[in-house]
Design a protein around this ligand. Structure first.
Ligand code: WQD
Length: 339
């Protein structure tokens, strides 16, 4: 089975490709390297013994899509390519809509032209906006998004829903990722954020390796047990196995499938810092600062639907996640950049 993975050299994409290769599924990677390092290809080869085929290019380039679809018999497409920094999306909305929405439209056009009708879309818990209640199920309200990143994901979900209404022979899966962290246990691949990390875990790991002095904790007056924000963190390898479960169970069956990929557990910022201190054996200094605009108090999932329909559930604990994050960062202090 050959699967096109757009954004396949990125943090999440590279872990999915490793899992696919280990399951005998061949990833064909399309990546414009805007947020990925070509060294990842060598690392995937080191882990699996196979170097995947890479097409360097942008999903909005119809020609490269048609080339790939004419050179390979693609059974399904996993569409990961996209920008994902919430804060940046507020400052650069048009770039986010152009990259995240137009790429999806171009991809769908090209798939239709080549008769490929199986798509797995990397969506996000961000489509739920400010949750009315937690845990979030797939039936929870969506669309009241609080930033262009979340809105771009919501728009693509709507496009794919309308596509399925018009063409119900397609297999369309929307995977709503919660907070993805961790790294492959080999420490050969992991999250290599460019510039100052937007997200909590890469920031903590860079404090732990001494790049930054302390973690800024965005607010300690939320209505939560310790006052800091609560999120549903999921190991990137659990997320990868969620994609395998979709490929194996529903990607060849017409229908629209929607799943939360989370653990169903909420962890606070301070709990995460404590778990990291345990993983690294280091003191992680932090400072309470004002809450970040657009942030919400609590966001965590009910992942029972994925278990009921796909037999998938997260296996790794929070301590596993931070242990693997720490091992990756401490063995690769400069990420994929050569020393
Ligand atoms: C987590 C918690 C912050 C940084 C993002 C995006 C998107 C999505 C999920 C895929 C919050 C607090 C953070 C810091 C802090 N991914 N924090 N200091 O905002 O929950 O969601 O990940 O779709 O990328 O929506 O993730 O890691 O930024 O924040 O105190 O330096 O950590 O307030 O409570 P977020 P995050």
């Amino acid at each position: 089975m050959k699967v096109l993975v757009t954004g396949g050299l990125g943090y999440i994409g590279s872990h999915i490709c490793v899992k696919m290769l280990q399951k005998g599924i061949q990833p064909i990677i399309l990546d414009n390297l805007s947020n990925a390092n070509p060294e990842v290809l060598n690392r995937i080869a080191k882990i699996t013994g196979i170097k995947p085929i890479l097409y360097k290019g942008d999903v909005r380039d119809k020609m490269i899509l048609l080339t790939i679809f004419s050179e390979h018999k693609i059974s399904s497409v996993i569409h990961l390519a996209g920008f994902k920094a919430v804060g940046k999306s507020v400052k650069q909305p048009i770039e986010y809509y152009d990259n995240n929405v137009n790429s999806a439209i171009m991809l769908i056009h090209s798939m239709q032209k080549m008769g490929i009708k199986s798509l797995i879309f990397s969506s996000s818990s961000a489509v739920y906006g400010v949750p009315k209640q937690v845990p979030l199920t797939e039936a929870s309200n969506i669309g009241l998004t609080t930033n262009p990143y979340g809105t771009s994901k919501y728009i693509v979900e709507r496009i794919l829903t309308d596509l399925y209404i018009a063409h119900d022979e397609w297999s369309i899966t929307l995977l709503r990722y919660f907070n993805v962290i961790g790294a492959h246990q080999s420490s050969l691949i992991g999250e290599d954020s460019q510039g100052i990390p937007n997200n909590l875990i890469p920031y903590i790991t860079q404090v732990a390796v001494g790049r930054y002095k302390e973690v800024m904790v965005f607010g300690k007056d939320y209505p939560t047990p310790d006052g800091t924000g609560i999120r549903d963190y999921i190991h990137v390898m659990d997320l990868a196995s969620g994609h395998i479960a979709v490929l194996e169970n529903v990607s060849q069956k017409s229908g629209q499938y929607i799943y939360n990929l989370g653990t169903g557990k909420g962890i606070s910022v301070l709990e995460m810092i404590a778990a990291f201190e345990k993983a690294s054996g280091k003191h992680i200094q932090y400072k309470i600062v004002n809450s970040r605009s657009g942030d919400i108090a609590e966001c965590w999932s009910s992942p029972t639907k994925a278990y009921a329909e796909l037999g998938w559930k997260a296996q790794y604990s929070v301590q596993d996640m931070v242990n693997h994050s720490w091992q990756w960062q401490s063995q690769n202090p400069n990420g994929y950049q050569s020393l």
